[in-house]
Ligand binder design. Sequence first.
Ligand SMILES: CC(C)(COP(=O)(O)OP(=O)(O)OC[C@H]1O[C@@H](n2cnc3c(N)ncnc32)[C@H](O)[C@@H]1OP(=O)(O)O)[C@@H](O)C(=O)NCCC(=O)NCCS
Length: 371
Amino acid sequence: MELRKGLEDIAIKETEITYIDGVLGRLYYRGYSIYDLAEFSNFEETAYLIWFGKLPNKKELQEIKEALAEEREIPEYITEFIKNVRKDANPMDVLRTAVSMLGIEDRSNEELWKKAVKLTAKIPTIISYFDRVRKGLDIVHPDPSLSHAENFLYMMRGEKPNPIDSRTMDVAMILHMDHEMNASTFACLVVASTLSDLYSAITAGISALKGPLHGGANAEALKQFMEIGSKDKVEEYILKKLESGQRIMGFGHRIYKAYDPRAKILKEYARNLAKEKGKMELFEIAEKVDEIGCKILGKKNIYPNVDFYAGLVFYFLGFDPDLFPTVFASSRIVGWTAHVMEYLKDNKLIRPKAIYKGEIGRKYINIENRE
Ligand SMILES: CC(C)(COP(=O)(O)OP(=O)(O)OC[C@H]1O[C@@H](n2cnc3c(N)ncnc32)[C@H](O)[C@@H]1OP(=O)(O)O)[C@@H](O)C(=O)NCCC(=O)NCCS
């Protein structure tokens, strides 16, 4: 039996959702280039595309917008849990538990896509309620007249965001929506393949995304730019890091051997936000890390990944770094649920094997006689 550590290069299903060309640095959702979706689409339309496989017509878009807006509020018992949970809780633990609680109450047999809409609509509410409660602020209820991305920022801040912030949030959410068979999506499928319920599958996905090797690199990248402190210290910082065998955070990817297209798009949004918020120096540090990092690591086909500029974008939009993985989850929920629905159309229990390396036929010794 062949051992493939980390299941590297093993396909576990065929998909029509997302295609990544890691060599040319291209990404497609349902055949549409990520560049076109980031330029022309919005959260609701791209979510529809990922779930149903086609761009919605006007009526379908209106319906999905309304369905998402109607489902934003969370049940009182979850708001109570958020108010009572310790204020220093990891936001991903709060999100995971709240999603799990939603699953306890939802016993309906409604179609999976309706449950997917419910989860997608409610996740920003859970995140923003927890953030406001832990800061001693009143919660801000969702406003159904706002778009998904606008409403998320509105609930976080307590005031309506300006068009630049709303559009940036929309685009950042589109870019994080799906990425083929990553660790958290696979975790969802393992659970779903046992014919467990969607909430349990998503709880597993959130658990996997929490890990620093998956959903935490954006905060690490931001921390690195803050640590460097000024543009003229970038080169020295990078050389020191690499000489001591450490990694540049936000660089490198298992699939991309070229510049991640999501990073290319986010870079320009980060630049604009930096200008708007008067944080140009932090952006310029990142840009310099990008430039020098590419010169050195580009020789090994290591380039910036999505997390490189995502941390900056989320930070400029006002999210605390410990919230970044939850913002990631608020977007990836669309991909998780789409992959579960696709997998269940031709379900096969996921049950890999392990190669046994231990002894066989050992003699059982009574506890009194053991050393
Ligand atoms: C993402 C990541 C885990 C992918 O790694 P991978 O495909 O498993 O590749 P490996 O970890 O085996 O690295 C391959 C080589 O590239 C180097 N490398 C990879 N990423 C690097 C980075 N960010 N900085 C410096 N060197 C890096 C490794 O040191 C290794 O070099 P070697 O062959 O000389 O030993 C890795 O690039 C990384 O740790 N990046 C930083 C964290 C990050 O940004 N994660 C977010 C991913 S979206």
